[in-house]
Design a protein. Structure first.
Length: 213
């Protein structure tokens, strides 16, 4: 299958190249002479080839060359100028080109059909390529600023140390507050004791007032 496909592609390419070349030369006054070598080579291929599809293509080219040769030879019979008059030869060839030769007419119709087939194949290929093919989506990478769901050992240790230090600070602060409250209460008790002593001293002085005696 692969070999046959390769051969088909080669024959199609040879066929297209021959048509393009012959069409570009089909309006020349020397076309029957220029095409002779091509006809001989194609006939050799036809004699050796056994594939009907290839034979059909090559015989078709020979037929179109012969039709174009007949057209050019008919037009050459009406020539009244010398073959050394290159300006008039160029003008004659331009006139033949504008008339359209049998090869140019066939090439235009063949090329239109070929382009339609190519466009159809491209459309079918694109449709097949888009049919139920999985799409690849790029996964967005998370920014490094976000925390990882499972921190590493070093990070967990840091978090643990931070929590322990916070707990220690809270305990120290509570102890300080308790000491402050305790010292304040002791100070209040001492002040009360001094006030009681002063009152007792006042009472004692009043008891031993000499005026009362």
């Amino acid at each position: 299958m692969t070999e046959n496909g390769f051969k088909d592609a080669v024959i199609d390419q040879v066929y297209a190249s021959l048509l393009e070349y012959l069409e570009s030369q089909s309006h020349l006054i020397a076309f029957p002479d220029l095409s002779l070598f091509s006809v001989l080579q194609i006939k050799q291929f036809v004699d050796k080839c056994t594939v009907s599809g290839y034979l059909k293509k090559m015989k078709q080219i020979i037929e179109k060359i012969q039709q174009n040769n007949a057209f050019i030879e008919k037009e050459r019979k009406n020539i009244t100028f010398e073959l050394t008059d290159f300006d008039r030869i160029t003008a004659w060839e331009t006139n033949i080109r504008n008339k359209n030769t049998p090869l140019s007419i066939y090439y235009e119709s063949w090329n239109k059909i070929r382009m339609i087939k190519k466009n159809k194949e491209m459309t079918n290929t694109s449709a097949i390529s888009d049919y139920q093919l999985p799409t690849v989506r790029k996964i967005k990478k998370e920014s490094t600023e976000h925390c990882e769901p499972f921190p590493s050992d070093s990070e967990s240790d840091e978090i643990k140390f931070d929590s322990e230090s916070n707990e220690q600070e809270q305990v120290i602060q509570k102890t300080k507050n308790r000491k402050k409250r305790k010292s304040k209460s002791i100070g209040n008790e001492v002040a009360n004791v001094f006030e009681d002593d002063n009152l007792m001293q006042k009472d004692t002085v009043e008891d031993f007032n000499m005026d009362n005696w």
